[in-house]
Design a protein around this ligand. Sequence first.
Ligand code: MSP
Length: 643
Amino acid sequence: MSNESFYVTTPIYYVNDKPHIGHAYTTMLADMLARTHRLLGHDTWFLTGTDEHGQKVQEAAAARGVPAQQHVDEFVQRFEELWKRLEITHDDFIRTTEPRHTRVVQAILQDLYDRGEIYQDEYDGLYDVRSETFITERDLPEGCTLDNLPDHVKPIRETNYFFRMGKYQQWLIDYIQENPGFIQPDFRRNETLGFLRKPLEDLCISRPKSRLAWGIELPFDANFVTYVWFDALVNYISAVGYQSDETQFARRWPCQVHLIGKDILTTHTVYWPTMLKAMGVEMPKCIFAHGWWLSGRDKMSKSSGNVVNPLEYADRFGVDALRYFLMAEMTLGQDAAFTEDVFVKRYNSDLANDLGNLTSRVLKMVHTHSEAAVPAPSDGILQDPDAANLWKVVNAAVEGMTAQIEAMRPDLGLADVMTAVREANKYIGLRAPWKQAKEEDKQTLFDTLYMALEALRVCSALLYPVMPAKMKALRHMIGAGEGEPGPEHLRTFGVLPAGTPLIEGEGLFPRVQVKKTEPQAPAPKATKKAENVKEISEIGFEDFGKLDLRTATITAAEKVEGADKLLRLQLDVGGAPRQIVAGIAQHYAPEDVIGKTIVIVANLKPAVIRGVESQGMLLAATQGKRLTLITTAGEMDSGARVG
Ligand code: MSP
């Protein structure tokens, strides 16, 4: 990432949706990155917004009996209010119904049409009303055929406009291969490359008005509106002056990172780059797909009623605690579990115990022993080995956070800061200021307190992007001023002026009572027999039914570097690419398995094995040292259900 300019975006959210933890998470992540880059002194721009066209909006407005524009004007407020409540500091909020956006979409369409990049053709096939996409027979749900279509899929035959996306296939493959940072994490890059192994078709970019009126009219044919994705993706450039303000566009574009969820990978890594290429616009530096917040081990979904409402947590534990939890708990790219239990544990250990305790101990002692003002340190304060060591760990937190933000691992950056906080607590334990307070000469006590205050000053600056309100309060209490921290004092020692009066504040993070869980039944004692044969308890059919077993065809295989037992397999599961890591390298060479149709557990939570994501697990029979893959006895397509 460039040091001069940092432009970050979130997906623009469907305005109809009730904002939930997924929306809140991506936006908080972008906010944290933007705030950290501002803290480091970079020229930062943070864009979010709403996606306001399409079938669902048209239908929702009709159901309420209001014009579509009025509907989106009312619904957008839920997002605007949530961002205010969650302390989001976006520099701009774009709505796709704004003229500054629709004008640019139309200019792009006209230009591409004039240059033959868009053409008219007849489409004869299937249309999925739910996802507003054209699909093929292969995409039909289990048990459905052309003669037995589900309600949400309709056969259609209509004239439409198409973008010549297919002709950029080879260019895109080459670009992705030559620019490893372009799609991140690596396994998402592989997923896109897997998708590109099949012929890339042209993209239908219009919808006839007879079917859908709520969209941006095609400038060259008033009978059609623009397909929502072709409209929505353009927000990333229409908002920063593309075709309207050259100076702003040159300053912001190319964007450093488009943050997206893994659900919208193809639109961002295939549609968007080919659109930009056709327009002659530079590529964004990075498209980063984060994982999914799960409710325990399950996907959140409206139907299961397990969608986390971010406001509920913000109300109970505070906005900053929610922000901290989300940033500290997720390894970017992987899925993470959101449960109250995990939340409360992390809150109590990191915030209430480590940071909260440090603050209250230090402040109490300064109030009692230093007349509620920053004590004056002695000249050689850093010559004391304990003080020098603490300052070293604090410096490591500054370097760690800077590097980890660059590497898109905010969780590790935060862990470095928490290490420094714990080190400061340890330092206080070692120095025992309560004993020093009894000595005649108070200078050693003052040095201890000053050192702890300086550690708190730097840590609070590093945590400011994640917990802005709490850190503002903390900094105010320790005399670090009320303004936002900047880069200038992160690495300098002795910034707090002696004599600055300190403010006694409320406890920052009061401890939360852990919900009592049912006492666990004691584990059954291992019997003699169990020593060599693992006891397997019987399971009900409903447990077995939880497994999604599928056939999968191995399309590529390679050894995992540095692991002699592991093969990294690329699979095709009913047309969807997938990667798994399997411990079969001592039984099969990569070339032996390519083309085999195997059986996998498709709904196993992804795991990272030796730095490689494994999205499921294959089935194999083992006996002693022998291992055989489970394959199908007869011909069977990939993606078929097994069970
Ligand atoms: N409007 C499109 C995006 C267009 S961008 C040019 C869209 N909108 S959305 O409202 O459905 O938002 C999708 C985004 O919400 C995901 O990409 C992801 O960022 C976030 N999430 C939704 N549910 C999520 C979780 N359970 N967990 C984490 N984030 C997920 O798609």
